[in-house]
Design a protein around this ligand. Structure first.
Ligand code: G4P
Length: 192
């Protein structure tokens, strides 16, 4: 998505440790007109996939997942993050390792909102090592639902998570893929 690359180039800031700050339009302040455009683009990419539900993890994924759900005309569900696992029969849970924060957390979703027969599109703001999406895939599998694929706003291609998922047969669509970045330049992977 050309507009996403332009937003990153004009408003993004590369921080030490390979972190891209996009607080002005995605992670703290949200550019609502652009959010709608992201939703429209994700819906266009997955319009023929038969999606019945969009799934993300709190908190930064919620806005873009809601925008995608609105355009697809389906509900959006967000998994909650818990510090420790608290398993009971009415929830699906998975443990996710965050490379960025060097910590493990448990994601939880009620079995009321993810069902056998659902066709689920995963949506998130960032895709780095892919652990968050792998955790969400686990929840979809536990529910006996079908995975349509994953859509993310910004993929950090150099961290490899997206390509690992693609190699496993998951359809991953990213609105922009950063191939490399430093404090003076950001290079994108060409997409058709
Ligand atoms: P992974 O899921 O792809 O393995 O990535 P990782 O655990 O390393 O990412 C942890 C958190 O950091 C996630 O949000 C992710 O969205 C975010 N993140 C990763 N790389 C970047 C980056 O370059 N820039 C920004 N702005 N965020 C990044 P989170 O901490 O779980 O928090 P939130 O969703 O509650 O905001």
């Amino acid at each position: 998505m050309q507009l996403m690359e332009e937003k990153i180039l004009t408003e993004g800031k590369v921080l030490p440790g390979g972190i891209l700050k996009v607080g002005s339009f995605l992670n703290q302040q949200i550019d609502t007109a652009f959010l709608k455009e992201m939703g429209v683009e994700i819906a266009r990419l997955f319009q023929d996939a038969g999606v019945t539900k969009v799934l993300t993890i709190e908190s930064s994924g919620i806005a873009i997942a809601a925008a995608a759900g609105m355009e697809l005309g389906v509900p959006m569900v967000f998994a909650k993050k818990h510090k420790s696992s608290n398993v009971d029969g009415s929830t699906y849970t998975s443990v996710v390792h965050s490379y960025t924060h060097n910590t493990d957390y448990t994601i939880v979703v009620s079995s009321d909102y993810l069902c056998k027969g659902d066709v689920v599109l995963l949506v998130d703001d960032f895709l780095a090592n892919g652990k968050a999406l792998i955790g969400l895939c686990d929840l979809v599998e536990q529910a006996g639902a079908k995975l349509a694929g994953a859509a993310v706003a910004i993929e950090k291609g150099f961290q490899g998570g997206g390509d690992t998922l693609r190699a496993q047969g998951v359809r991953v669509e990213s609105l922009a893929i950063i191939e490399s970045m430093n404090d003076v330049s950001i290079a994108f992977r060409p997409q058709n």
